[in-house]
Design a protein. Structure first.
Length: 453
């Protein structure tokens, strides 16, 4: 049950920082042993954003004295709070990430924010069953729908959804057992736990894996449950990508996402799906089980009740409890056949888009070869005539004129080395740009004959 996707999921900007600066690489590599992977990944991303805003590199930041570093952080924090572009909580997270980087390199700063964070302003709005149905009906993507079900029907965190692999469900899944046990290697605590998925989620997963296999993917124990939609290989996605996909669906559903109670704001977010799971189970299953299914593995009841040890008999008792309580979670009336029909249509549409992109790539390659023909005198008149038939003359002439203008300014292409050659190619470009197709073909045939002689 090793984690496979989130372990390599530094954001793009964090990855650049990691690869470019040894100070960041050392900090990340050593810190991920001492703290949770999610925390240090968030710290690196926070450091990257902070450095971009203050216009410094990691090396320059580490040259500051402790007082200067603190003054820089203080000025940044005050400016961000005044701008109200991010929450106090987010400012605090970035502050702690930058401070951790500095202290790792023995630069001690005053760790306190220059203001008191406003606490408790936001509350979670938990969807009702009817609202969850609207959310599911508004989800055009099968993997996103499955992710929503994993959070709403099984209590998973977004980061655990993206780390979930086929091996986590394989045992019960291949035996067609439902509720199906899911062994979750959670990222937040590093502790494995078990939750369950109902029959509807099992059926959608079967169809999803079937389509992936039809596309040529080989499903193995390490194949991610949620595969990147732009890839036909077993490549997972980042937590942030998943939460953005779910946020898009929430907005698309048309339900009211926020409500104000005095100074409190109740808002629906991806995490609200997890609270839907926990709150709807209250009073219907033992608290010990409900807490364990959301990954809360600490406490005496977990230690001595057998849940934390993944005791087989305890798992079977939990399965029975889940089966009896799933009616409080599962939305009725989901059109599974309709979902799969839309999936097939989406796959067909994607194949058509891929074919269009291939055609565009081929046309682009032909255009580039035609430019090479004009610039180097290579005998590829047939390619250029094919280019003309595709009506790309104006585009390529403008591109060629740009090359010529660069040559006139001293930015010389390897094959443009005399004023006479520049004049010849400029004439060629203007013939393409302003001539009609008949005139152009005659011109090219004449040029081809003169070159062959």
């Amino acid at each position: 049950m090793a984690r496979t996707s989130y372990a390599d999921s530094l954001s793009k900007r964090a990855s650049i920082l990691y690869e470019s600066y040894s100070e960041v690489k050392k900090w990340y590599d050593e810190s991920k042993v001492a703290m949770s992977l999610r925390t240090i990944q968030g710290y690196v991303d926070s450091l990257s954003g902070f450095l971009k805003e203050v216009g410094m590199t990691p090396s320059q930041l580490l040259k500051l004295s402790p007082d200067d570093a603190h003054d820089l952080m203080r000025s940044w924090a005050i400016q961000k709070r005044q701008s109200r572009t991010i929450s106090d909580g987010r400012i605090g997270l970035i502050w702690h990430g930058v401070r951790n980087f500095l202290e790792f390199h023995r630069i001690r700063t005053n760790g306190k924010l220059p203001f008191t964070k406003v606490r408790g302003k936001y509350l979670d709005k938990i969807p009702t069953k009817d609202e969850l149905k609207l959310i599911l009906d508004s989800t055009p993507s099968l993997p996103v729908k499955i992710a929503i079900l994993l959070m709403g029907y099984s209590g998973l965190r977004p980061e655990d959804v993206v780390d979930l692999t086929y091996g986590c469900v394989k045992n019960d899944f291949e035996k067609d057992i439902a509720p199906c046990a899911v062994y979750v290697p959670q990222s937040k605590t590093g502790e494995d736990y078990v939750t369950f998925i109902p029959k509807v989620t099992v059926n959608l997963l079967k169809q999803y894996f079937k389509h992936r296999e039809e596309e040529g993917e080989m499903i193995t124990d390490s194949s991610p449950i949620y595969r990147g939609q732009r890839s036909r290989d077993s490549v997972g996605i980042r937590r942030k990508t998943l939460t953005q996909n779910i946020e898009f669906v929430l907005k698309r559903s048309g339900i009211e996402l926020s409500t104000t109670f005095g100074e409190k704001i109740q808002r629906m977010r991806p995490h609200s799906l997890r609270k839907y799971f926990r709150s709807n189970l209250s009073g219907h299953v033992p608290t010990e089980y409900a807490e364990f299914w959301v990954g809360h593995t600490s406490g005496l009841t977990q230690v001595y009740g057998g849940t934390r040890d993944l005791d087989p008999s305890t798992i079977e008792r939990m399965r029975e409890a889940y089966a009896n309580a799933q009616r409080y979670l599962v939305v009725e009336g989901i059109d599974e056949e309709g979902i799969m029909r839309r999936v097939s249509q989406d796959l067909q549409k994607r194949d058509e888009e891929i074919e269009t992109l291939r055609e565009q790539y081929d046309a682009t390659r032909d255009r580039l070869e035609a430019i090479e023909y004009i610039l180097t005198g290579d005998k590829k008149g047939d390619l250029l005539r094919r280019l003309l038939d595709q009506k790309y003359m104006a585009e390529e002439a403008e591109f060629l004129l740009e090359k010529i203008n660069k040559a006139k300014k001293g930015i010389v292409e390897p094959s443009i080395n005399t004023k006479r050659e520049i004049s010849i190619w400029e004439n060629d470009a203007r013939e393409i740009l302003h001539g009609n197709e008949t005139k152009i073909r005659k011109y090219l045939e004449k040029k081809s004959r003169s070159r062959s002689n």
